[in-house]
Design a binder for this molecule. Sequence first.
Ligand code: FES
Length: 97
Amino acid sequence: MPDSKRLEPVANLRPNPIKILVNGHETWCYPGETVATALLSTGIRGFRRSVLGTLRAPVCNMGVCYECLVTINGLETQRSCMTLVSPGMVVEVADAT
Ligand code: FES
């Protein structure tokens, strides 16, 4: 049996996707994912800017380094690696390109 067939049942267990807004753009992700995971999976690497203006992105993914800070539902400096996505969530990042 090809490997792709072996993975199929696992893929079917995924919950229905939900939609969040990232810098005003609709982005699909899955319940149970963190905001950081959702952003990284869409190719976003510029989560915040340092005091020197350089773009920063998650380093630890466990709430320690604070490199993943974003604005979530109007609240600034939220750790995206510690926040689960929810439908309709509004996320602002430094650079969504
Ligand atoms: S990636 Fe380190 S605190 Fe979020």
